[in-house]
Design a protein. Structure first.
Length: 541
């Protein structure tokens, strides 16, 4: 909880208006460690005082050591975490974890049910052994026991249409297709009506998405994925530049507005300007001579059309009728020359840059591979102890201490007796059905029993108070104990301090710590009396 004390030394509180409109509720009960250090320097260090020559660095060191020690068993801990237990039955320890206070699961009514530790199991380092029981080694070290499952995944691109071959000039040479001698365009795509072109492009995008999603599951790093990321705009540039140019009505009916396309195109031009400025001079000429040079129409003219589209009110501009026709004419005038220059000039580099097709550019030009196959192995390095504990009593016919269905006298079997004693010698720590856990300190995990899967778990734990800068605070009930801790630490670290003074400061430290613990325990006689009224003895006061 971040604490900001506006009055040095904790001498006053913030104004009510500032306090109740802020986020540091309850701040007045705390004092920051920096103030403790300054106050200690003023009261304890100097000529004629207990500590005459003590460096501020020493005071700071002992102040934080005092903060840590007081957090362990004196200051109340407010730290807690709530998670849902997944199928792994593991919970990582918090980043500032020192020790736990308790673990509990929350029922449907929000009530905590305490979970008790399992003291008869653990998760040891399981050593991989050869057939003759000798130890197996990996890079000179003992090999961890592994059980691996090999899976094979195949992704096919056979159904992806050859978009670049269908759009590119001279596709008869490119793929042996037929070219219309009048338009010099491939007869396949351009012979379709507008709805057919719309369906073609939507089918192409869908097939590419399926292939990329399949291949993405094979690789952990985005840089190793065959498709990479499809660019900042996803398919929006494809839809606006190619889709609305050749299948305007289809994409307008699908809800792709001209103003949205104008925004996307304007952003694309802006990104290209940045790319030109950041490209080395030796490579800049090649970039500018690509399709973005716009041999048919200047870039400024296209940008002017884009701005004109953006300036039109959407509700009037795309409402159909005459204005709808104006909308279509204006958009096509803006992007058709650019689309022709970009697609049909024989240099796809710029359009790949603009549309975010860099990762799939080779596949567009050279054709998609027939399939991509990858074999991967997933290895489990859990120990046998942990594997048996988390699945104990589930479908085995035996009884585990954590099986929610076998905790009554009528269903406990002989397996329970053989493990934990006869019926009349039952161990009380296991005579409950809340589940159990143990902490694997070496790997930093809390392991839960199987009946806690999908349950909501609350961990209340102790930290040392120095996890973050905002935590460097101490309750005012323990302020004096902090001063005595620092004084004793500074005095005991010096060789010229009289022993009687060290002994005196040690006693004062003990007394103030005890006093702080009593104060912070927050014992109220009315609350204790109310609890004991439910017992056999009536307490009067």
């Amino acid at each position: 909880m971040p604490i900001t004390l506006p009055v040095p030394g904790g001498g006053g509180a913030t104004t009510p208006s500032t306090y109740y409109s802020g986020t540091n509720l309850g701040e007045y009960q705390f004092v920051s460690v920096s103030e403790i250090i300054d106050n200690f320097q003023a009261a304890y260090v100097g000529e004629g005082k207990i500590l005459e020559n003590v460096l501020k660095g020493d005071v700071t060191f002992h102040a934080f050591r005092a903060l840590q020690e007081l957090h362990y068993d004196t200051v109340r801990s407010c730290k807690s975490q709530e998670i849902e237990v997944c199928s792994s039955l593991k919970m990582p320890l918090p980043h500032d974890y020192v020790n736990y206070v308790k673990l509990a699961f929350i029922d449907n009514n929000g009530v905590e049910h305490i979970i008790y530790p399992a003291r008869n199991t653990s998760n040891p380092f399981a050593i991989q052994q050869n057939d003759d029981c000798s130890y197996a080694f990996e890079d000179g070290d003992l090999m961890h026991q592994k059980s691996c499952v090999i899976t094979s995944l195949s992704c096919s691109a056979e159904e992806i249409p050859d978009l670049w071959g269908d759009l590119h000039l001279g596709s008869a040479e490119y793929k042996g297709g037929k070219v219309n001698p009048k338009t010099q365009q491939n007869s396949g795509f351009f012979s379709l009506n507008e709805q057919g072109k719309y369906n073609y492009l939507e089918n192409w995008k869908s097939k590419v998405d399926d292939y990329c999603n399949c291949t993405d599951t094979m690789y952990e790093s985005i840089n190793d994925k065959p498709c990479g990321e499809l660019g900042k705009y996803g398919w929006s540039i494809t839809d606006c530049l190619i889709g609305k140019t050749f299948a305007y009505d289809g994409y307008t009916a699908a809800g792709l507005s001209d103003s949205d396309c104008a925004d996307a195109l304007a952003d694309a031009f802006a990104d290209f300007e940045v790319k030109v400025k950041t490209t080395p001079a030796a490579e800049r000429t090649t970039l500018l001579n690509s399709a973005f040079n716009l041999k048919l129409v200047s870039k400024k003219k296209i940008l002017a059309k884009v701005k004109e589209i953006k300036a039109k009110p959407g509700k009037d501009y795309n409402s159909g009728g005459v204005k709808g026709i104006e909308s279509k004419d204006l958009y096509i005038k803006a992007v058709l020359p650019f689309a022709n220059a970009a697609i049909f000039d024989g240099n796809p580099g710029a359009i790949n840059d603009m549309m975010g097709w860099d990762a799939i550019a080779d596949d567009l030009l050279e054709g998609w591979p027939e399939d991509v196959t990858l074999e991967s192995s997933k290895c489990n390095t859990d120990s046998d102890s942990w594997n048996r504990y988390k699945t104990g009593g589930v479908g085995t016919g035996s009884v585990a201490i954590d099986s929610a269905s076998t905790v009554t006298a009528s269903t406990d079997s002989s397996a329970y007796s053989s493990n934990f004693g006869e019926r009349y010698g039952i161990d009380p720590q296991y005579a409950q059905g809340n589940g159990s856990y143990y902490i694997d300190c070496m790997r930093g995990n809390i392991h839960f029993s199987s009946n806690l899967a999908s349950k909501t778990i609350v961990l209340k734990y102790i930290s040392d108070g120095v996890g973050t800068a905002d935590e460097a605070i101490i309750h005012k009930f323990a302020e004096e104990a902090m001063y005595k801790w620092i004084a004793y630490g500074c005095a005991s670290a010096r060789v010229d301090t009289p022993e009687y003074l060290v002994a005196r400061l040690k006693k004062e430290r003990f007394a103030e710590t005890r006093k702080a613990k009593i104060r912070l325990s927050n014992i109220k006689i009315e609350e204790i009396s109310q609890v004991f009224r439910g017992k056999s003895k009536w307490i009067k006061h």
